[in-house]
Every structure is written in structure tokens, then in C-alpha cells.
Design a protein around this ligand. Structure first.
Ligand SMILES: [Zn+2]
Length: 263
């Protein structure tokens, strides 16, 4: 146990060193509120993506201190004490394997109030873990699992979506107006009633609510459906949305006891 914890700590330290070498740029249009130096862990794995373009976009979002981990190492790191140091964990993974111990550690993060941002295909993760739907605020029902046909979700690449800002006064939509984006849509996903819808689309091949804010235990949570490839990552509204989501979720509730819209 001590040995494996040491190993995880070593991995985290390696991640810290690697990410420390990458300079964070501040692009035009990122709001001042993103410049808070929050410590962010970005988790990837289980789904292909254009790594260079994605990481370039992510590391240029603002003044965040970013580490990255790939699955399955990322889930093992949940068992490390150092996981508590992160203000926000961003999930761009699509992963199914998670031990009972790792599930407990995941839920513990929501008790200490770590911010959670789920992106795009992370809505497909953990088909067999019921709690994740409540934590994340929704679920994509993947067809290789045993669901009734009418419950299955579907996807469609390269659809042109008109996006409406549903919650214009929410901190996560600050600086964003209605926009159009060419991206992959998911249809027939489940979105739980408790979430605050942030963005919607009326595209027939995509579910209506495509971004939401949520709270689980003491964690602020945001899910953003767009983000399959560079067509979204290069979109100014998308980048601002993501930067805002990290900032908002990373402001732990105990540090900001006054009411904030969206809680
Ligand atoms: Zn995709």
C-alpha cells in the first residue's frame, strides 16, 4: 500500500514537472476572472483526439496551473493524498474501469468541494456506475451495454448547431452570446432535473441542453457537450466557456460563502 502510494505520488510529481515546463499564454477574450492560478488536473484517455491541438488550446486558456494524467493512471491517482491539492479536475476521458476504492475517492472529492468539469465524451464514462449520473448531471447511454433500444443515445459528426445562451447571468456564460458551432451532437442523452441549463440547441440531431451547471455535495460541476475536435477548440466562445467553467467550479464553496448565481 505504502509502495503503491509512493508510486502514485511519483507519477503526480512527474506530471507536475512536465506541465510546469509548458508556458501558459493568455489569449484575447479570456476574462480577467480566469487569471487566478487555480490548480487544474486534466484527465484524458479511452478516446482518440488530436492531442497537440487539444493541449495547445487547453494550456492557452488562462493562468491556470495545469497537470495532465492519462487513464488508467488518472484513476489510480484518485487514491493519492495529493489529489486534494487540485481546485478543479477536468475530464476529457471516456473510461469504464473504476474500482470501488476509486469510486469512494471520487465521491470524497465532492465532499471536499473539488470542482469538476466534464467535457464531451466524458458523458459516456462509467456506464455501470449509477452514482456518476448524479455527480455529472447526465448520461450518454452507450449501445454496447444492455439498455432498451429506446433508451440508447446516438451521435452525429459535423452538424451545424445554433446555440442559445439559456442562463446569460450565470458566471460560466459570462461574455458569451448566442453562437453557431460545427461539432458532433449527441441525441437522446439523459439530463437530470436538478441541473441548471446553460446552453441549448434546437438541432434535431442533438439533445436540447448541451451545457449545464450542477452541484453535487460540495462540488460545483459543469458539463459541456461540444468539443470533439479543433472546430470547437478554435471557437472563441467555446474557449471562453471552458475557461469560465474551470474558474467557477474551482472557486470552492467554503471560500465563497455568499450566494452566487447558479448555486
Ligand atoms: Zn466526439
Amino acid at each position: 500500500m505504502v509502495r503503491s502510494r509512493f508510486k502514485i505520488l511519483a507519477l503526480l510529481l512527474t506530471a507536475l514537472l512536465i506541465s510546469g515546463c509548458r508556458g501558459a499564454k493568455t489569449p484575447q477574450g479570456v476574462t480577467e476572472s480566469t487569471r487566478q492560478g487555480q490548480r487544474v488536473l486534466l484527465i484524458t484517455g479511452g478516446h482518440d483526439f488530436h492531442q497537440e491541438k487539444f493541449f495547445d488550446m487547453f494550456f492557452s486558456l488562462g493562468d491556470f496551473r495545469i497537470d495532465t494524467l492519462h487513464q488508467p493512471v488518472a484513476n489510480r491517482s484518485l487514491l493519492s493524498d495529493t489529489i486534494d491539492l487540485y481546485d478543479v479536475i477536468v475530464f476529457y476521458d471516456m473510461w469504464q474501469e473504476i474500482s470501488e476504492q476509486e469510486k469512494n475517492a471520487f465521491i470524497n472529492l465532492t465532499e471536499i468541494g473539488t470542482g469538476l468539469v466534464f467535457l464531451h465524451h466524458s458523458l459516456v464514462s462509467y456506464q455501470k456506475w449509477d452514482d456518476i449520473k448524479q455527480i455529472r448531471g447526465g448520461k450518454y447511454y452507450e449501445r454496447s451495454y444492455d439498455y432498451p433500444p429506446e433508451r440508447l443515445s446516438d451521435y452525429k459528426h459535423d452538424i451545424l448547431m445554433d446555440i442559445t445562451v439559456k442562463a446569460p447571468h450565470h458566471p460560466v456564460t459570462a461574455g458569451i452570446r448566442d453562437f453557431r458551432i460545427l461539432d458532433e451532437g449527441y441525441s437522446n442523452i439523459e439530463v437530470i432535473d436538478e441541473v441548471t441549463p446553460l446552453l441549448t440547441t434546437n438541432h434535431p440531431e442533438c439533445s436540447e441542453i448541451i451545457a449545464w451547471a450542477h452541484r453535487y455535495n460540495n462540488s460545483r460541476v459543469v458539463y459541456i457537450l461540444p468539443g470533439h475536435d479543433d472546430k470547437s477548440w478554435s471557437n472563441e466562445n467555446y474557449r471562453r466557456l471552458l475557461a469560465n467553467a474551470i474558474t467557477w467550479t474551482g472557486n470552492r464553496l467554503e471560500k465563497y460563502p455568499f450566494p452566487i448565481i447558479g448555486d
